[in-house]
Design a binder for this molecule. Structure first.
Ligand SMILES: Nc1ncnc2c1ncn2[C@@H]1O[C@H](COP(=O)(O)OP(=O)(O)O)[C@@H](O)[C@H]1O
Ligand SMILES: [Mg+2]
Length: 341
């Protein structure tokens, strides 16, 4: 994990030493350490990334301000309270601090249509908080309890990230999942998140493309997953190498046996779409050519011998729940723990 420089590094070391000799620090002690490190809040999180807006430091925000708004809909992490009241930065911060997962929120990185991404720190070390939204403009047709739905999506991402990590992929480490929030390792340097591939200057495009294809191969063969939303938006370039993110919609292929021919075919088509999307990006931006069939076979082996089907992109997106917001995975038993404190 990337750590803060100089003073914070020293403080972190000191704290870790402290932690080693007293195995369980009391909450009060943690609080003191967090106060010690309040300068982490003031760390300059300037944004040098081409084309993206500057990070907004949460420390500069009105603590009563809602975490984010998307069109007419308001953000509601939900686990904080079962009402429709907006959740403020202060509430989110207080709640996560209470769980002892973060010392403080630092900055907002991104507010997409499905989740808000924030940088937090735990005793000076940066972390990513991904809070899934309950309400969502394109999820108006989603059925069921919104808290449960958001919690299931968070669980999907947590499980799939963990599986990808265990398979040896270059992904953030999923640390905790609480209701509709997941905490993962921060990918970046000196408090600056690594840029998305689309905003990065790739010096060795061929090597990066090869590494990405390698990641797809590990994902398919070892993690038994198909990403489903693979693109230059969901790959970060960290120290010249790709890191794959954003897994809530990833398809679990481990349970799909040969009997389910149509599901296998659909899955393979999603994989083809993933390859084509990233291939197109490299063709367009870096004039790189590649042999689709060769790459496809490198990833999926003899599975590629399956007869081709022709679903439209819209149909695929609908099937894997990308645009509809329907829960993607019905195979997962819903644990009441997920949304109860
Ligand atoms: N672990 C991480 N480290 C650094 N930046 C991250 C991390 N996770 C997400 N981000 C940033 O937030 C953006 C959105 O995250 P993502 O998981 O793709 O959510 P969304 O569902 O909103 O697309 C990413 O493109 C990236 O810039
Ligand atoms: Mg994304």
């Amino acid at each position: 994990m990337v750590q803060a420089k100089n003073k914070q590094d020293k403080l972190l070391k000191k704290n870790q030493e402290k932690e080693d000799d007293s195995s369980a620090g009391s909450l009060q002690e943690d609080q003191l350490r967090a106060d010690d490190l309040e300068n982490a809040e003031r760390v300059k999180v300037s944004q040098k990334i081409k084309g993206t807006k500057r990070l907004t430091q949460t420390a500069e925000r009105d603590p009563k301000e809602a975490v984010t708004k998307f069109d007419r809909h308001t953000f509601d992490p939900g686990f904080l309270q079962m009402t429709t009241k907006e959740v403020t930065y202060k509430q989110l911060r207080d709640e996560l601090k209470k769980y002892g997962i973060i010392s403080d929120l630092v900055a907002e990185v991104n507010a997409g249509k499905e989740a808000t991404i924030l940088v937090a720190h735990l005793r000076g070390a940066p972390l990513i908080v991904k809070a899934f939204r309950l309400q969502n403009t394109c999820h108006s047709r989603a059925k069921g309890n919104p808290q449960m739905r958001a919690s299931n999506i968070a669980q999907n991402e947590y499980d799939r990230l963990t599986r990808a990590f265990n398979a040896g992929m270059r992904v953030p480490t999923a640390a905790r999942k609480i209701n509709n929030v997941i905490i993962m390792s921060f990918i970046g340097t000196d408090w600056e998140p690594a840029p998305q591939l689309r905003n990065a200057i790739i010096e060795e495009p061929e090597e990066v493309f090869d590494e990405i294809i390698e990641q797809l191969r590990i994902m398919y063969r070892k993690a038994k997953l198909i990403h489903g939303d693979f693109s230059e938006y969901n790959i970060l370039l960290h120290k010249g190498k790709p890191v794959i993110i954003d897994f809530p919609q990833a398809i679990d292929i481990s349970l799909v046996t040969a009997r389910y021919t149509h599901i296998r075919k659909r899955n393979l088509q999603v994989l083809q779409k993933d390859i084509e999307t990233i291939g197109k990006f490299f063709e367009k931006e870096y004039n790189l050519t590649y042999e689709f069939d060769e790459v496809y076979r490198y990833i999926a082996g003899t599975d590629t011998d399956q007869e081709k089907v022709d679903y439209s992109i819209e149909e695929i997106e609908k099937m894997i729940g990308l645009k509809t917001g329907q829960p993607v995975f019905r195979d997962k038993a819903i644990s009441s723990e997920n949304y109860q404190r």
